[in-house]
Ligand binder design. Sequence first.
Ligand code: ADP
Ligand code: MG
Length: 251
Amino acid sequence: MTSKPDHYGGAGPATAAPARPDPVIRIADLTKTYDTGATKVPALRGVSFEIQPGEMVAIVGQSGSGKSTLMNILGCLEVPTTGDYWLDSEYVADLSDGALARIRNAKIGFVFQSYNLLPRLNALEQVKLPLIYRRTRRRSDLAQAALVRVGLADRMHHTPNRLSGGQQQRVAIARALVTEPEIILADEPTGNLDSSMSSEIMDVITRLNSEQGMTIVLVTHEPDIAARCQRVITLHDGQIASDVVSETREC
Ligand code: ADP
Ligand code: MG
């Protein structure tokens, strides 16, 4: 156990400044070293940043720069070797696997490059799955609403083999959204799609952010995808090479 606080921030001294919302994500000096026996691979070497509610952030960098490792830690799939991580103000850097799974289920929606849909289930059934695990009520209503949010109202009863790649990825996004997570993490969400379908998926993701205020972090190696995010963090050899917020974005 460490003596890290469960929460940070607090009221502080009374000032006239408007209260800034707590960040959804705050990481400080994160490192991750994979020990493969013969060698130690330093995948992350001291990464720090905050992500505020409603931000849309791209993480870019060459292959091997640590993007997926960072996403896996942000998504509570792995713990860092050293460093601090607060997710939604809760200290999560040193939790057990069971506690991480609980946080992950409650707060994170994942979208992967390879959709990860089950071949026999139709779109509605795929999106209902995380609600079944949670024993949520009104599952069909919530799943239908999520499919409407990604523009798939007319494809609810299609199985994946009757959907295009872009449509399959939209089902995966609906499945990530349906539990109302604090944040959506997407690792190369357009990596398997041609440019017109990539653009379609980015339209959906951008709308979730700009119209519905979803906080989104996505990994991409495509500059035109990164250009659609208002903030771009570039990793190089496991460190932040740049962290740029633009006034406008191309969307
Ligand atoms: P990216 O997603 O930017 O391509 P990764 O985070 O996958 O980078 O990998 C960063 C570094 O960590 C690479 O050198 C990679 O080989 C290494 N690495 C990633 N995962 C593991 C693992 N499970 N075991 C050992 N080394 C790993
Ligand atoms: Mg990767």
